[in-house]
Design a protein around this ligand. Structure first.
Ligand code: BV8
Ligand code: ZN
Length: 279
């Protein structure tokens, strides 16, 4: 229904300028947040928690304290989120980024381009970028689909399975849904698994963080898509690019902490703007 640009109410001149940056970029980095997955049906951190979890705040649940205090509650929340992601599909924004990455891979080495590549750095713990066919350089806040032992740190397989249909319902179901004890560690006697995500107050994993910083420092364009740019230190990545004189483009229907600093701002959603940019 109509050109995605005009109906998204985007400023045509800005869109043209950004399209030119996209067409010429050899080493773009795309930093994504929860808004990237919003049009796949995944609630963002800011959205009120839905259904079973509406009385819980993510900022409170996503902490080691909450897990220590009530492992079953926190484990159940992550299990619920992982099952929800299993039931969601990547959106047109995820697919546009994957297409752009493939285009640069194909261009690599030709036309004298030293090493053309698109790096995705995401704060999201879902696997929607991967399921759209993109390689993700760094999950700086971990993944819903990786688990490790809270005691001996051994990585452990655990498939949350798909969302069971009879989810919401009576208080009994609610109680059942909220009370899944984390599985025991397969390696050490008294360990239990914990979600492989980075909780508030925890250090970011060194590997992903260093890869993210390195990619941003080598970037010739940075797109920041669907993040409130509030949580540190991830929110500081685009500032590294700006300090190096590299253009930073924000794609977000709302203004954010980053908005006053960016080179261009496209006030639209990921699934509408990215396909219009990448063509
Ligand atoms: C650390 C994994 C310490 C878990 C996450 C005071 C001041 C400054 C900093 C701090 C402070 N107090 C504490 C801190 C540090 C803290 C922090 O930054 N707190 C904030 C709240 C102030 N940071 C940490 O704790 C980090 N660790 O600092 O370590 C340390 C230091 C040294 C030595 C030892 C220890 C760890 C942070 C990681 C936390 N884990 N996720 C899980 O998923 O459960 S954070 C989580 O929330 C996300 O990963 C994301 O990073 C963050 C914010 O979410 P967003 O992705 O931005 O999403 P949000 O909902 O906020 O916004 C959505 C955006 O999308 C909006 O802008 C919206 O407009 C837009 N949008 C909506 N729809 C669309 C859209 N955009 C496009 N299209 C759409 N359709
Ligand atoms: Zn263990």
């Amino acid at each position: 229904p109509g050109d995605p640009v005009s109906s998204a109410g985007l400023d045509a001149a800005t869109l043209d300028a950004v399209r030119t940056l996209v067409d010429h970029a050899q080493r773009p980095v795309v930093l994504t947040g929860a808004g990237m997955s919003a049009e796949s049906g995944v609630p963002t951190f800011r959205d009120a928690q839905t259904g079973l979890w509406e009385r819980f705040s993510p900022q409170e649940l996503a902490t080691e304290e909450a897990f220590r205090a009530d492992p079953a509650l926190v484990w159940s929340w992550y299990r619920w989120r992982a099952r929800m992601i299993r039931a969601c599909e990547p959106n047109a924004g995820h697919r546009a980024l994957a297409a752009w990455q493939r285009r640069l891979d194909a261009a690599d080495g030709t036309a004298g381009s030293a090493e053309a590549s698109l790096h995705v750095v995401t704060q999201n713990v879902d696997d929607l970028h991967e399921r759209a066919g993109a390689r993700v350089l760094a999950h700086v806040h971990g993944s819903l689909f990786e688990h490790r032992c809270a005691v001996c740190d051994a990585p452990a397989e655990h498939d949350p399975g798909v969302a069971d249909e009879g989810a919401a319902g009576s208080e009994a179901d609610l109680a059942a849904m909220l009370r899944h004890e984390p599985p025991a560690c397969p390696r050490c006697p008294d360990g239990t698994l914990r979600p492989g995500v980075v909780w508030f107050g925890e250090m970011l994993p060194a590997g992903p963080w260093e890869r993210a910083v390195d990619a941003v420092e080598r970037a010739d364009l940075v797109l920041v898509v669907g993040t409130s740019s509030f949580v540190q230190p991830a929110a500081s990545l685009p500032l590294l690019a700006l300090e190096a004189g590299v253009p930073v483009v924000e794609v977000n229907p709302e203004r954010t902490e980053l908005s006053p600093h960016v080179t261009h701002r496209l006030a639209g959603t990921a699934a509408r703007v990215l396909p219009a940019l990448i063509g």
